[in-house]
Write a protein that binds this ligand. Structure first.
Ligand SMILES: C[S@@+](CC[C@H](N)C(=O)[O-])C[C@H]1O[C@@H](n2cnc3c(N)ncnc32)[C@H](O)[C@@H]1O
Length: 276
């Protein structure tokens, strides 16, 4: 390997190992999604919050394509993108998440999706025209091995969607009241693109600002949605702090905030060796 100015893959691994999350363990992570699948779908299922990301991925797709969605979850990307391609393989380690996806696909009459319950490290998959992993690499410590396997099954485009380490307006409130902020503050999009670079592959990096929206019947309900594990006292304090950020809406109270999203796109054949 050449002398590296910065080891992106090691930075990714260090950051995971320095703040060990119990969900690095596959069993614990599956147990989490078993309990949380329906709530995740209610909270994240609205495609308005991923509109720009979907448009960028949609532009990479052709009608005759096959798409592999790694960590498909409840189908937030699989279902809208499925209408743009010939076939989708929705891979996820969680039967609970795939169960919700199956129900939604059936309700919408979508039949070009194959569900594959598997952990990415062990999965055996055929090459696909486009490979997508959106918000699903959070427990894969060996980023290089993860990406190498993805590249192996990518025929035309590999797309990874991740956080960029930005902070939403409620971060300071949560930290002051609950004591800690659990979402990643690392520039994951850069670590992913940097690890591809270490592999000799040149990727494009885009950052878009999506709008996330949390609606609750009362300000307290919004606080509960933002900090489901907080104590009643902490929720009272959070409710008070959030009030200036909330707006009245038809269904109660709405908190809208920007979420910065990183989109890393590698096109097959794009390498560091350029020829004239
Ligand atoms: C935050 S959800 C994202 C789901 C979907 N991509 C979206 O953006 O709504 C993460 C999903 O990745 C899945 N996942 C995490 N690690 C995985 C792995 N190593 N192999 C397969 N699925 C994985 C989880 O089970 C979960 O359904």
């Amino acid at each position: 390997m050449p002398d590296l100015p910065f080891d992106f893959a090691a930075a990714w691994a260090n950051s995971m190992l320095q703040c060990p999350d119990v969900r690095l363990d596959p069993e614990a992570d599956r147990a989490f999604w078993q309990k949380y699948a329906t709530r995740y779908d209610e909270r994240a299922g609205d495609t308005a919050v991923i509109a720009q990301t979907l448009a960028i991925i949609g532009d990479l797709l052709h009608p005759n394509d096959t798409l592999l969605d790694v960590g498909a979850g409840t189908g937030r990307f699989t279902l809208p993108l499925g209408t743009r391609v010939r076939h989708v393989t929705a891979l996820d380690q969680s039967s609970a998440m795939l169960h919700v996806l199956r129900r939604k696909a059936y309700a919408r009459g979508i039949t070009n999706i194959t569900l594959l319950e598997a952990d990415w490290q062990d999965a055996v998959v055929e090459p696909h025209d486009v490979v997508l992993a959106a918000w699903s690499l959070y427990r894969l410590v060996d980023l290089r091995a993860t990406l190498e396997k993805m590249v192996t099954v990518t025929r035309r485009a590999l797309v990874i969607v991740s956080g960029v380490g930005s902070s939403p307006p409620h971060r300071s409130l949560i930290e002051a009241i609950c004591g800690k902020w659990t979402e990643s503050l690392d520039p994951n999009h850069l670590l992913i693109a940097g690890t591809l670079w270490q592999m000799g592959l040149l990727a494009d990096v885009r950052v878009v600002s999506e709008t996330r929206e949390i609606v609750g019947s009362t300000p307290y309900a919004v606080a509960q949605l933002l900090a489901p594990d907080a104590s009643p006292d902490a929720l009272d304090a959070l409710e008070e702090g959030l009030l200036p950020l909330l707006q009245r809406c038809e269904n109660g109270w709405r908190y809208a905030y920007p979420q910065m999203v990183g989109i890393v796109v590698w096109l097959s054949g794009s390498t560091l060796s350029v020829s004239v």
